[in-house]
Every structure is written in structure tokens, then in C-alpha cells.
Design a protein around this ligand. Sequence first.
Ligand SMILES: *Cc1c(COP(=O)(O)O)cnc(C)c1O
Length: 211
Amino acid sequence: MSNLHTVLENISRAAQAAGRSPDEITLLPVTKYYDLAQIQELIDAGVTRMGENRPQQLAERAQLFPQINWVMIGRLQTNKAGLIARYASECQSVDSVRLARALDRRLDRALPILLQVNISGEESKTGFAPQQVPEALEVAEGLEHLDVRGFMTMAPHSDDPTVARETFRKLRELRDKVAPTLPELSMGMSGDFPQAIAEGATIVRVGSALF
Ligand SMILES: *Cc1c(COP(=O)(O)O)cnc(C)c1O
């Protein structure tokens, strides 16, 4: 049995605590740890959109479950851009101008994307540095097939919940400053989605809490 309903309840609770409507927040279930039976269970429970962090696995699962909108959330080498152009309904992990161009070249339809931002500056994390974002945005918005919808980030690992919250607040402030009309902020995972919701997340990507 999945914990889907508990996760949805916790999202609603976090939204209410933040004075937001739960309708403003979308759960993106992340299925990278789970097998096909578990994916089927989520489908039976009404899930229509799922996130994967490896292009090969996303492509395989998109062929097995074509009724699902598959969302790429992980690091993507430009030589795998073709797989995502073909099989993903959205890419939240565009972390370089080179990748944006590679995706655009391989697309023959519009692809919603988010620019991934490395707010914390950790070397282990991918993403644009905040100061690179205005220029990246200009390039991506000029590409024919990319539909830039907003930003994605990951918080550093920390036992201190205020560290994650600070990261999410900075992403929201960056969006408000450089692209106030872009609607989406994808931030928050199993361990920190309440803090992300408190700071304005519109998409939370939850994997390990689902089962
Ligand atoms: C795995 C993953 C998640 C989900 O993480 P959990 O901690 O398992 O909820 C979210 N975002 C990205 C980019 C991931 O790779």
C-alpha cells in the first residue's frame, strides 16, 4: 500500500499552515526507487504525472506507461537530450544553456521546462548559479520549442530545517526579482516539502515518502 494519501494530506496541512490553498501545490510523485507494480498502484490511485531522474529509465517507463506524463528531474547529459525530447512531457532539470539548445534542436513540439538553480552553491549540485539565471532565461526563452515555466532547486542535506527553508526562500526571491511572471517553483522533497510550501513551492517532488 502506498502512502500517497498521507503525503497529499501532509501537503494540504502544510499549505493551510502557510495560509495557502492546497490547490496551488502539485505533488510530483518520484518513482525512481520503485518497481512497475508500485507504479501501477500509483496509477490505480489516480496519479497521471511521475518524475524520474535517469533518462534511460524514464524512456523505458514512458514506453511501458504511455498514459503517464513523465517528468525529467535529474542530471541530463546533452547526448541523452534526444530521449527526453522524445519521451518526457516536461524537463525540470535544465542546468545549462548547452542542454537547453540540445533539447530544442531535438524537439518537434513544445516542451515545458524549468531552469534548475544551485542556490546553495554546493559543488556536488548541478544548476545555474543565481547570477547566471537572467542570461540563461533570455537564451531559453528565445528557443523555439522550450516553454520556460519557472525554476527548480534542491536544498542541501542538513539536519537543520532552517537551512532548506532558506534555500527555498532564496529561489522564490530570485524568481520574484528576475522573472515575476513565471508561475512554477519546483522545490521540496520527502524531507523538506513543508518548508518549501511555506516559501511558495508550486510543485513538490516526493519519492521516498510514497511507499
Ligand atoms: C529523488 C529525487 C527527488 C525525491 O527525493 P525524496 O527525498 O526521495 O523524496 C526529488 N527531486 C530530485 C531531483 C530527485 O532526484
